[in-house]
Design a protein. Structure first.
Length: 742
């Protein structure tokens, strides 16, 4: 069983097939496998700490939980079982391994003596003797493991377990002596050693079986639906390519601004029976059809501005038109009665404030597409937009023939737009249900891709398990609709954040904006791409255009503030975040980013306050916790910073925790070597945060180190570290540098 679950665990880590495929091909319940893996391969997972203190939270005493030593005994005993089974799989005599295996054998008196030792001094002495035994056996162990990497990994796991016990004793000793920083440092080391044990045991043996297993999976009829991680290209992106991309960007702007007519598609108002997702979904459907009209800029406010919510007079309509900078505005309301849908639509002139056209629709929901098509056609007539035969045919196309699938897609997209972990989980469920109704539904596939792109950030899924799925879902969407901007946008995101293929990512973003210049998400994510590449001026232009298309969107404001933050334009960034919080004081990303800006400006108390709020509102998301830990370190509270490190390492047993973010905390603590160790791990994991390596101001202390240049090249940046772009805090300028296609 040990060998089986190791192989399966290796496959799961690659994210190369779904749990459904796993169960079909093995006959083993994936939940059972996951339980075994978690129980057997994660040492010290449940060893916890008890802290007691005085009012104000000052730590005065530290000790293990009462059940911790029994738990420790169980976890290490489980490890010994694994070692013995592996040992028995080797046919040759193992006399040369007798010392290290005997040292940590489940039957050996050492473990019992360690756990039962009456005081810390005796435990430390036992560990010292154990380490001496290992050193004396080092030559024999080296000779034994010289012919087999699998054996070497097993020995390393044994050594790591001794070091983990040593760190545990050191943590207890430091805490009891009042040295809390060293205590948390040692506790962090326990988790580090535990990681090594897990990784070492996962790599032991069964290479042939693993390859055979993969071959069996890939040769199955299900292979087209499985996720295959593409091998990144090593070609460099030549300056000519950069020039071509710059030309495409210029063409993009020239095609979206100028003398084009502009219309605002306002959010539909619903009665009590009309669910919010229904109003938002039909609004999006109308917006999507109007976006297909040629030579038209479509503004789509997320909300009607509060001060213009009551449009009872021509003057109020004119004022809103001036604020949105549009010539016409499309308003409407929705009512749901039984199985029937009622929709009132009205096109108003921003110049006169008078109606240009209005109509009342009363239909079964299954005919909602005909309403969206008719509204877009009437808009084209009133605005004197000529439609070719092919354009008319395009407007008549329906994204799905199943109205239930459309309704499920609406619910999925509505939840996704909440920008929360709960919203992402619900969106995945609804998109999956929509695809069960209509597997050819391209928009639902694109929605799945969007969700998978967010899983690492919001749900703690390892990058290797979700980004390849995002890429595959985007390709599925494009297979059914090759002109879908949403699919190209999701594809570009995964190409940048996981595959680090900068050239193809930009090509996909530009294609998305060519297909739909009004698609706000494409502009926001493309702006982040440009900022990461050092093109701050162009990035800011993109978010300004996004603000024009949706001046009330909170995510647009936060993204704009983030671009200013990376550009070193901190006053503008603070303004954007404060505006966001005026509209929604519980918007996590605004508190998170505002705290980061305050820290860079030296407003340490304000930074800690905002980041603490972000941690609370995010339900202690690792992203927010790590930023708070970095802030503690920069502000000089190293005990609090190390406590966050321990919390995150413990959390990493249950979910993915970004190694990039752990590296940030070590950077704040001034531990450069540890910072680079974690950033190197982030690189191996293809952590999506690494695309901001060059522009994240929190890493400025590392940029003069040669290792930073190596990291940059691995992520796709060509230049040496001395040439790396650094934001100019006064001017917000940065030198853009060539990128590779990796």
């Amino acid at each position: 069983m040990l060998k089986t679950y190791r192989v399966l665990r290796s496959m799961l880590v690659l994210g190369e097939f779904t749990t459904r495929s796993l169960e079909q091909h093995t006959g083993i319940n994936p939940t059972t496998i996951g339980t075994i893996v978690q129980r057997k391969l994660v040492m010290l997972d449940r060893v916890g700490l008890v802290e007691s203190g005085q009012p104000g939270g000052k730590l005065i005493r530290y000790k293990l939980k009462p059940e911790a030593e029994a738990t420790l005994r169980d976890e290490i005993g489980s490890l010994f079982d694994d070692v013995r089974e592996l040992k028995s799989a080797w046919p040759e005599p193992e006399s040369s391994l007798k010392a290290p295996l005997g040292l940590l054998s489940a039957e050996n008196i050492f473990l019992k003596r360690f756990v039962d030792a009456p005081n810390l001094t005796e435990k430390v002495e036992l560990l010292r003797l154990a380490e001496q035994d290992l050193e004396s056996a080092q030559a024999e162990v080296k000779a034994f493991a010289s012919d087999s990497p699998e054996k070497a990994k097993t020995v390393e796991a044994i050594v790591s377990s001794v070091k983990a016990l040593g760190s545990l004793a050191e943590a207890e000793r430091s805490a009891q002596s009042g040295n809390h920083e060293d205590a948390y440092r040692a506790i962090g080391s326990i988790y580090d050693q535990s990681d090594k044990i897990r990784d070492q045991l996962q790599l032991v043996g069964q290479t042939a079986r693993a390859n055979a297993f993969r071959e069996r999976i890939f040769s199955s009829p299900l292979f087209p639906a499985l996720i295959v991680v593409a091998t990144a290209s090593s070609r460099s992106w030549a300056p000519a390519r950069m020039s071509a991309a710059a030309g495409a960007r210029s063409q993009l702007f020239s095609s979206t601004v100028g003398n084009r007519q502009a219309i605002a598609v306002m959010p539909l108002v619903g009665n009590k029976s009309a669910q919010p997702y229904l109003c938002a979904g039909i609004t999006r459907g109308i917006w999507s059809k109007v976006c297909e009209l040629p030579d038209l800029t479509v503004v789509a406010p997320s909300r009607v501005p509060a001060h213009t919510a009551n449009l009872n007079t021509p003057e109020s309509v004119q004022a809103l038109g001036r604020e949105l900078n549009v010539q016409t505005m499309l308003f409407g309301d929705v009512a749901w009665t039984g199985k029937q849908l009622s929709c009132n639509a009205q096109l108003l002139s921003a110049e006169s404030g008078a109606p240009m056209w209005q109509k009342r629709y009363k239909i079964d929901f299954g005919n909602v597409f005909s309403v969206e098509e008719d509204i877009s056609r009437r808009v084209s007539e009133e605005l004197h937009i000529e439609l070719t035969a092919s354009k008319k045919a395009q407007l008549a196309e329906r994204p799905t023939t199943d109205s239930d699938a459309y309704k499920l897609y609406m619910e999925g997209r509505y939840n996704w737009m909440q920008w929360t972990a709960e919203g992402i989980e619900l969106a995945l469920e609804y998109f999956e249900k929509a695809l069960k109704k209509d597997r050819f539904y391209a928009l639902a596939h694109a929605g799945m891709a969007d969700c998978y792109n967010m899983c690492t950030y919001e749900l703690g899924v390892p990058p290797g398990e979700c980004f390849p799925k995002a890429k595959a879902a985007a390709y599925e969407a494009l297979e059914f609709d090759e002109n879908l901007a949403e699919a190209y946008t999701a594809l570009a995101y995964s190409r940048l954040r996981f595959y680090w293929n900068w050239k193809e990512a930009e090509e996909s973003y530009l294609r998305a904006l060519e297909l739909n210049p009004n698609y706000i998400l494409a502009r926001l994510w493309y702006a982040e791409y440009l900022a990461a590449a050092g093109h701050f001026e162009e990035a800011i232009a993109q978010v300004k255009e996004a603000e024009r298309l949706d001046p009330e969107s909170l995510i647009v404001r936060v993204t704009a503030g983030s671009i200013y933050y990376f550009a070193g334009q901190y006053e503008q960034a603070i303004s954007q975040f404060l505006r966001t919080l005026e509209s929604d004081d519980n918007f996590v990303r605004a508190h998170f980013r505002l705290g980061g800006v305050y820290l860079q400006t030296g407003a340490h108390a304000e930074a800690i306050k905002e980041l603490s709020t972000a941690v609370r509102l995010s339900h202690r998301n690792p992203r927010e916790q790590s930023s708070l830990g970095y802030a503690y370190a920069v502000c000089g509270d190293h005990v609090a910073a190390r406590k966050v490190l321990v919390t995150l390492k413990r959390m990493s047993r249950r979910r993915y925790v970004s190694s990039y973010n752990l590296g940030l905390i070590y950077t704040g603590l001034g531990e450069v070597d540890a910072a680079f160790q974690w950033l190197d791990k982030a690189c191996k994991e293809r952590d999506p945060w690494l695309v901001f390596l060059r522009v994240d101001p929190r890493l400025s202390a590392l940029r003069s180190d040669p290792r930073f240049g190596d990291l940059s090249r691995r992520v796709g940046f060509v230049p040496a570290p001395s040439a790396l772009a650094t934001p100019n805090v006064d001017q917000g300028s940065v030198t853009a540098l060539p990128l590779s296609t990796t």
